[in-house]
Design a protein around this ligand. Structure first.
Ligand SMILES: [Zn+2]
Length: 289
């Protein structure tokens, strides 16, 4: 199983995670710029974080045999902080860099006027920089947030195939399917969407424009949820080719629109070769999930 995790925050994960992900088949990923939990108090904090995403984290992932890409944006939550608005002015500098494969995460958190303004501005930036866009949908009031998201995308004039609308569930998938945008699903350990419900969505809606991610960060999350979704698909009769399409070819097709994906194999450093249990060696555990 080869896996491209199209949404994972590796900055907040350990080297054990990189080893386990490699063993499970992850060979490439996208790390979207996001909120850091602690509010930033200056523009310099954003610059250092963005520099880390295009520099240090990319290098760190390569040591474990994984190709790292990122998306850059002012995140929805901090769009509400007037101190952070000036970040919009430094984004063009980052959007020009190798390894930056989209504008994101943009979108709504609490659906405020400030969020909407930053969202619309960054949709424009995506057009100017000829990059796709990763859009976060709010965890509260998801249906209304997704509907308003699709209105803004439509009025931006961006082609829907350049937009990935993420964190969907059974209630929001249909409207995004109808819009022509790509559909992203974050698979969580015990809340929101899980891998078994995800398989149900794939059975109902097909595999076209469907993208699955772990969205792992510093909260309770699981960087192997992509692999676990693949295993759950096989259990329900999907083929290896179906799994490859959802976990590799679809995200590669979406982010490949940037012209900046690097997907040739890299060799993990010998010191990173892991001698762990069967899960971490990428074998499917027996008697679980
Ligand atoms: Zn995220």
């Amino acid at each position: 199983m080869r896996i491209f995790d199209p949404h994972i925050h590796m900055t907040s994960r350990t080297t054990n995670d990189y080893e386990a992900m490699y063993a499970a088949g992850v060979r490439a990923l996208v790390e979207p710029a996001f909120w850091l939990g602690q509010p930033r108090t200056s523009i310099g904090s954003f610059c250092d974080y963005f520099d880390g995403l295009v520099g240090w984290e990319r290098f760190r992932a390569a040591q474990f045999g994984i190709r790292h890409h990122c998306t850059i944006a002012l995140n929805p939550k901090e769009a509400n902080d007037p101190q952070c608005a000036a970040v919009l002015d430094i984004l063009p500098r980052y959007l020009a860099k190798d390894g930056v494969v989209a504008v994101g995460e943009v979108g709504f958190d609490s659906m405020t006027a400030e969020e909407e303004k930053a969202f619309a501005h960054q949709l424009e930036l995506a057009g100017e920089h000829d990059l796709p866009v990763l859009v976060h949908t709010p965890h509260r009031d998801k249906a209304a947030g997704t509907r308003r998201t699709l209105e803004l995308v439509a009025s931006s004039g961006l082609p829907p195939e350049r937009v990935l609308v993420d964190h969907l569930n059974e209630l929001t998938v249909q409207m995004v399917a109808d819009s022509g945008c790509w559909m992203g699903f974050s698979i969580y350990p015990d809340t929101k969407m899980d891998e078994h419900r995800m398989v149900g969505v794939l059975a109902a809606y097909g595999l076209d424009r469907m993208i699955v991610n772990s969205a792992a960060d510093w909260g309770r999350s699981d960087p192997l949820k992509t692999a676990k979704t693949g295993w759950a698909m096989l259990d329900k009769g999907f083929t290896d080719d179906d799994v490859d399409r959802v976990l590799w070819r679809n995200p590669v097709a979406f982010y490949g629109q940037s012209g900046r994906l690097l997907l040739d194999e890299i060799e993990a450093e010998p010191t990173a070769t892991f001698q762990g249990n069967s899960v971490l060696r990428g074998q499917r555990p027996t008697g679980q999930e």
